[in-house]
Write a protein that binds this ligand. Sequence first.
Ligand SMILES: NC(=O)c1ccc[n+]([C@@H]2O[C@H](COP(=O)([O-])OP(=O)(O)OC[C@H]3O[C@@H](n4cnc5c(N)ncnc54)[C@H](O)[C@@H]3O)[C@@H](O)[C@H]2O)c1
Length: 301
Amino acid sequence: MGATTADVLAYRQIVDEVVLLDIKEGVSEGKSLDMLQASTLTGSLTRIIPSTNDYSLTAGSDVVVITSGVPRKPGMTREELIGVNAGIVKNVVEQVVKHSPNTILVIVSNPMDTMTYLAHQVAGLPQNRIIGMGGALDSARFTIYLAKAIGCSPADLQAVVIGGHGDTTMIPLTRLATYKGIPVSEFLSAETLKQVAADTMVGGATLTKLLGTSAWYAPGAASAAVVESIVKDQKRVIASCVPLNGEYGQKDICLGVPVVIGRNGWEKIIDFKLNAEEQELFNKSAEAVRNMNNVLATLSL
Ligand SMILES: NC(=O)c1ccc[n+]([C@@H]2O[C@H](COP(=O)([O-])OP(=O)(O)OC[C@H]3O[C@@H](n4cnc5c(N)ncnc54)[C@H](O)[C@@H]3O)[C@@H](O)[C@H]2O)c1
């Protein structure tokens, strides 16, 4: 999905230059060559540079999207990836920051909330310069399930998923979802809304079952949307995983909340003023993510 992120960034010319880095010989070269050839047909002028583990080629990057690691297979949870991915993400973050000390990191590798927490511990960057990507994707999935249930265009919906980026930790905010400003509950029964939320929560697992591995088009597009808001200083509100210092009643944790994203990374947390039921779900989500974060201490990283 790192390559798909790069492809969206290049195809839409969101950035002038993109470096694809992979540890495995041939992967970044092959992907870059394929994309370069495509650019003669799409008209994209974005420069695409391959790198097999040579971080010097990434020096001075404005934004680095970290997707390295292993994806889940059918039947696996994102949380089961922690043992392998924590070591990879730690190493990659350290190398990236050495060559791009002023970069903004977008963490994608799973379990994403814990990998974002880890990145904050090891990167030595200001906290606004590390963003976990999960809510952008989960909100896209929520939007599509809602559009299908209502029978409307997804473009006319506003729908946000907060909390953890896990099958049981994400919180699709059905109360705040709107169709052209009107609550979706005016169009859908409570039962249908519950089903939409349930489908959203297992949205990734549904795709993993169909594809045999993790999805990439929507995750790539979601990561590119975060990058676009940064490099174009769009100040878009995107649910993203950021450190909480009392916001949403939590601290010492990175969790998905709506944030304004611009040139300086995540710039501001928006308070959605959760009701008691939503706050309880958020607290439970935090508890599960905190348990996962505690696993980090048991790993020899
Ligand atoms: N946050 C999200 O919304 C989201 C969405 C989709 C996938 N993911 C996660 O993103 C990660 C990547 O998924 P994928 O489907 O692209 O997997 P993939 O296996 O297709 O790609 C991962 C790549 O990482 C490379 N890699 C492994 N170790 C590395 C290292 N030390 N340095 C550099 N590269 C290294 C591998 O060679 C491989 O090419 C997984 O952890 C997956 O669970 C997260």
